[in-house]
Design a protein around this ligand. Structure first.
Ligand SMILES: Nc1nc2[nH]cnc2c(=O)[nH]1
Ligand SMILES: [Zn+2]
Length: 453
C-alpha cells in the first residue's frame, strides 16, 4: 500500500499516536505509534513510522515541534457514518414509540413534519440535530428533511456551516390519506425536487450534496416514482428511500403494485435501484430481493434501534453480507430514539445475538465487523468510500480523536489496556464525553467554533 505522496503545501495537522480503522481485508487494523499528516486540502498526506519523522518534515515542510502527540488512552478512528436519519423528527426523538410503523407515521410523524413549513422551527431543530450528531462522532449523515424545499435547503446550509459531510433530501410524497395538507401533487413534487437540486448544487458546498428522496412506495404514485428515477439518472444523483420495514407495509405495497414481483421490484421498475441508492431497513426482504440489490449495486441502511422500537422486525445482517450487498448503519431518528451511531453499533450486535438465540446456527457478528459497518461500510453504502471511510493516503481526513479514559466519562480503565480493548470499551460503553475532537475533511468541527448568528 502506498503510504506517502508528495506535496509542497504546508501540513494542516501532523499527529503521532494510535490509529484504528478498517480496510477491505481486515475489520480492525491498528497502527500503533504512527505519524499521520493532513495536508492543506484536508487529505491524508502520509502515514508513516516515527523513524521517518526527519525525512517527512523536510518533504512536507513542518517542524517536529508542530507534531501533536496523543496521550496514553487516546486513539484516532474514522468518523462514523449515519446512513439514514430524519432531521425534522429530532423534534420528538425519545418519545412516541408506542405503535407500529403505519399508525406511528399518521399519529406522530406527519403532524410533526408538517410544522417544518416554518423556517424558524426548521432552523432551531436542524441546528440541534446537526450539533448533536457531530458531537457524537457522525462525520457523514444521510438526511431526510420534509416536503418543504426552502427548509430542506436550510438543513443543507446548516450542515455546511457546521462542517458535517451530508447528503440532504427533500422528501417527495404525492399520497397521504391521514394528513391531507402534508403532501404534494405529483407535479409540485417533481418541480420542487428539481428546484431543490439546482439551488443546492448552485451553492457549491464542498461536502453537502442533494439526494433524490421518494419517502416510500406507499407515499408515492408510480408516476412520481418514475419521474424521480429519471431525475436521479439524468443528474447522476444519490437516491434514498425505505423498503420492507414492516409486514403490513409490505402487504399493502404488493396490493398497490400488483404488476411488480416484489417490493424491491417496485423500485427497480422505476429506475430507483442504482449503485448510488441507499434503502433503509429491508427487514423482510427475500433472498431473491437481496440478489437484485447486489446486481444493481444498491445498498441497505440497517437501523436496529428503530426496528426494535417500532416492533418492525429483525434484519439478518449476516445474510445481507453473505449476499454481498453493501450495508451501513443508521439511527433512523425518530423511529430510533438515539442520535448516536454508537447506539446503532450496540443494537446491531444485540440484534445479531438475538437472532443467534433464536437460531443457534446464525453466525453472530463480531464487534470488529460492526466497527467496519459504522465507518468504512457506511461510506461504501453511500458510494463515497473513494474519498472517506478509513485512513488511506489521498482520502479526506474524517476522524474522531477518542480518549477512552476521558475524566468524568463513562469508562473506567482498570489495567493498562491495549488499543483493541480500548476500542471495544469505547464502542460498548463510550459516549460523546470520550470524543475529544471531530475532524471532517481535515477541519476540526468539534469542539464547535461555528456560532449561529
Ligand atoms: N422509520 C420510518 N419509516 C418510514 N417509512 C416511511 N416514512 C418513514 C419514516 O419517517 N420513518
Ligand atoms: Zn426512516
Amino acid at each position: 500500500m502506498e503510504r506517502t505522496h508528495t506535496t509542497t503545501a504546508a501540513m494542516k495537522h501532523v499527529f503521532r499516536g494510535t490509529f484504528i480503522h478498517s480496510t477491505q481485508q481486515t475489520p480492525v487494523e491498528i497502527l500503533e505509534d504512527a505519524l499521520l499528516g493532513v495536508n492543506a486540502d484536508g487529505k491524508v498526506a502520509f502515514i508513516a513510522k516515527p523513524e521517518e519523522l526527519n525525512k517527512l518534515s523536510e518533504t512536507f515542510g513542518f517542524t517536529p515541534a508542530e507534531v501533536t502527540h496523543l496521550a496514553q488512552h487516546e486513539f484516532f478512528m474514522p468518523g462514523m457514518v449515519d446512513t439514514h436519519i430524519h432531521a425534522p423528527q429530532y423534534s420528538y426523538a425519545g418519545t412516541a414509540l408506542d405503535m407500529p410503523l403505519l399508525q406511528w407515521l399518521n399519529t406522530y410523524t406527519f403532524p410533526a413534519e408538517s410544522r417544518f413549513k416554518s423556517l424558524d422551527i426548521a432552523n432551531e431543530v436542524y441546528t440541534q440535530v446537526v450539533k448533536r450528531t457531530l458531537r457524537n462522532g457522525t462525520t457523514t449523515a444521510c438526511y431526510f428533511a420534509t416536503i418543504h424545499t426552502d427548509a430542506s435547503l436550510l438543513l443543507a446550509q446548516i450542515t455546511n456551516d457546521f462542517g458535517q459531510r451530508a447528503l440532504v433530501g427533500k422528501v417527495c410524497m404525492d399520497k397521504n390519506s391521514s394528513l391531507k395538507h402534508y403532501k404534494e401533487t405529483m407535479q409540485e413534487s417533481q418541480e420542487e425536487t428539481c428546484r431543490f437540486i439546482s439551488e443546492l448544487l448552485n451553492k457549491k458546498y464542498p461536502l453537502v450534496k442533494p439526494v433524490v428522496t421518494p419517502r416510500y412506495a406507499l407515499s408515492c404514485t408510480g408516476a412520481l416514482l418514475g419521474q424521480l428515477g429519471a431525475i436521479a439518472k439524468n443528474n447522476h444523483l444519490h437516491i434514498q428511500s425505505h423498503i420492507s420495514e414492516n409486514l403490513d407495509e409490505v402487504k399493502l405495497v404488493k396490493e398497490l403494485f400488483p404488476e411488480c414481483t416484489s417490493y424491491t421490484d417496485v423500485y427497480h421498475k422505476h429506475n430507483l435501484l442504482t449503485d448510488k441508492t441507499v434503502m433503509a431497513h429491508g427487514c423482510h426482504l427475500t433472498d431473491e430481493e437481496l440478489d437484485l440489490f447486489r446486481e444493481t449495486g444498491a445498498s441497505l441502511s440497517h437501523c436496529p434501534n428503530s426496528n426494535i422500537s417500532l416492533c418492525s422486525g429483525l434484519l439478518n445482517v449476516r445474510n445481507v453480507l453473505n449476499h454481498k450487498v453493501k450495508l451501513g448503519l443508521g439511527t433512523d431518528i425518530a423511529g430510533g430514539y438515539s442520535a448516536s451511531i454508537l447506539d446503532a453499533v450496540r443494537k446491531t450486535l444485540d440484534v445479531s445475538k438475538v437472532l443467534t438465540i433464536l437460531e443457534p446456527e446464525n453466525d453472530v457478528l463480531t464487534f470488529e465487523e460492526v466497527f467496519r459497518l459504522a465507518t468504512l461500510g457506511g461510506s461504501q453504502a453511500l458510494s463515497i468510500d473513494d474519498h472517506t471511510g478509513n485512513f488511506v493516503v489521498g482520502k479526506d481526513f474524517d476522524a474522531l480523536r477518542v480518549n477512552a479514559a476521558a475524566p468524568g466519562g463513562p469508562i473506567d480503565i482498570i489495567d493498562c489496556e491495549g488499543p483493541k480493548v480500548l476500542l471495544e470499551k469505547f464502542l460498548n460503553l463510550g459516549d460523546d464525553r470520550n470524543i475529544l475532537e471531530v475532524f471532517v475533511a481535515g477541519r476540526r468541527v468539534v469542539p464547535f467554533t461555528y456560532q449561529v448568528v
